[in-house]
Design a protein around this ligand. Structure first.
Ligand SMILES: NC(=O)c1ccc[n+]([C@@H]2O[C@H](COP(=O)([O-])OP(=O)(O)OC[C@H]3O[C@@H](n4cnc5c(N)ncnc54)[C@H](OP(=O)(O)O)[C@@H]3O)[C@@H](O)[C@H]2O)c1
Length: 273
C-alpha cells in the first residue's frame, strides 16, 4: 500500500480564509507543516487568523484582497513564491451567496456571486497552474463547490457552483499531462458566515439556537461563538468548517497515484429551511 503525502514544507494559498471553511482549511494545513498564504477582504479578521496559526506554531501570511478584481489573485501567488519559492496547493474557497428568486433579484448580487465564485476561481486556477508549472513540482488545485451543484434548481448561487464543477472537470482534462491534481469539494450546510446576506429572520433562528443574544446586521459576520453554538445545537443538520477542512486534507494527502476528483460532504440529515 502506498503511503500518504507528508505536507511538511509545502506552501498553500487559501482564498477566503478570513472566516469559515477557508479559515479551518488554512488552520489544518498549517497544523500539518504547510506555509499558508491566506486572503480575504477583512484585514482585522485575516490578522486574527494569522496570529492564531502562528500561536499554534504554524507559518502564515495574510494578504488582504478583493477578488472581484480577479488580477489581485496574482498577489497571493507572488507572496507564496517570494516567501517560500514554491506553490504546492491552491484552494479556491472564497465565495458569497445571495438566495431568493431570479425574478426578484438584484443584478449587483448576481455580479458579486459570478465575480467571486466563478471569475476569481478561474483567475486563481490559471495563476496557480502557471506558478506550479514554473516550479516543476506536483501541485493540487482544490475548488470549494457545493451540493447546490448537484441540484438542477439551485438558483443563481447554485449556477455558480455548477460552473465551479464544470471548470474543475475541464481543468482536470487540460492538466492530464501535468502532475497537478484538481479536486472539487461539495459541502452541504456548514455553520459559517455564508448566510450573512440571507434574510435576518432566517438567521434569527440560528442565533436563538446558540443561546447567545446578538444583534443581526445584514451583510455582517456573526461572532464565532454564535456559529459554534448553533452548530453544536443543530449538529444533525449542520456541519462545522473543520469537517470540510478534513475532506480537503484527505484529498491533498493521498499518494501520488491517487486522484480524489470530488468529495461530497453532507450532514446526517437534510435541513428543511
Ligand atoms: N457554509 C455553507 O453551508 C457552504 C456550503 C457549501 C459551500 N460553501 C462554500 O464554501 C466557501 C466558503 O464559504 P463559508 O461558508 O466559509 O462562508 P464565509 O464564512 O462567509 O467565508 C467566505 C470567505 O470568502 C471571502 N470573500 C468573500 N467575498 C470576497 C471577495 N470579494 N474577495 C475576497 N474574499 C472574499 C470572505 O472574506 P471577507 O469577508 O474577509 O472578504 C470569507 O473569508 C464558499 O465558496 C461557499 O460557497 C459553503
Amino acid at each position: 500500500m502506498s503511503s500518504t503525502t507528508d505536507l511538511a514544507g509545502y506552501t498553500a494559498v487559501v482564498t477566503g480564509a478570513s472566516s469559515g471553511i477557508g479559515r479551518a482549511i488554512a488552520e489544518q494545513l498549517a497544523a500539518h507543516g504547510v506555509y499558508v498564504v491566506i486572503s480575504g477582504r477583512d484585514e482585522t479578521a485575516l490578522d486574527a487568523v494569522v496570529s492564531a496559526i502562528q500561536a499554534g506554531g504554524g507559518a502564515a501570511v495574510g494578504i488582504p484582497v478583493d477578488l472581484r478584481d480577479p488580477l489581485t489573485v496574482n498577489l497571493l501567488v507572488d507572496a507564496a513564491i517570494t516567501n517560500t519559492g514554491r506553490l504546492d496547493i491552491f484552494v479556491n474557497n472564497a465565495g458569497v451567496s445571495y438566495l431568493g428568486t431570479i425574478l426578484d433579484a438584484d443584478i449587483e448580487q448576481w455580479r458579486n456571486m459570478l465575480e467571486t465564485n466563478v471569475l476569481a476561481l478561474l483567475a486563481g486556477s490559471k495563476a496557480a497552474v502557471t506558478a506550479m508549472r514554473a516550479g516543476g513540482r506536483p501541485g493540487h488545485l482544490v475548488n470549494i463547490s457545493s451540493v447546490a451543484a448537484l441540484d438542477p434548481n439551485s438558483g443563481v448561487y447554485g449556477a455558480t457552483k455548477h460552473a465551479v464543477n464544470v471548470i474543475t472537470n475541464t481543468l482536470r482534462q487540460e492538466l492530464v499531462d501535468d502532475p497537478i491534481k484538481v479536486t472539487s469539494i461539495m459541502p452541504g450546510l456548514v455553520a459559517t458566515n455564508i448566510g450573512r446576506n440571507v434574510d435576518p429572520a432566517l438567521l434569527a433562528g440560528l442565533v436563538a439556537m446558540s443561546g447567545i443574544d446578538v444583534e443581526i446586521v445584514p451583510g455582517e459576520r456573526l461572532p464565532d461563538e454564535v456559529l459554534a453554538g448553533a452548530q453544536a445545537a443543530l449538529s444533525e443538520i449542520m456541519m462545522s468548517p473543520e469537517d470540510i477542512a478534513a475532506a480537503v486534507l484527505f484529498a491533498v494527502t493521498q499518494p501520488k497515484g491517487v486522484d480524489v476528483t470530488e468529495i461530497v460532504v453532507r450532514p446526517n440529515k437534510p435541513a428543511n429551511l
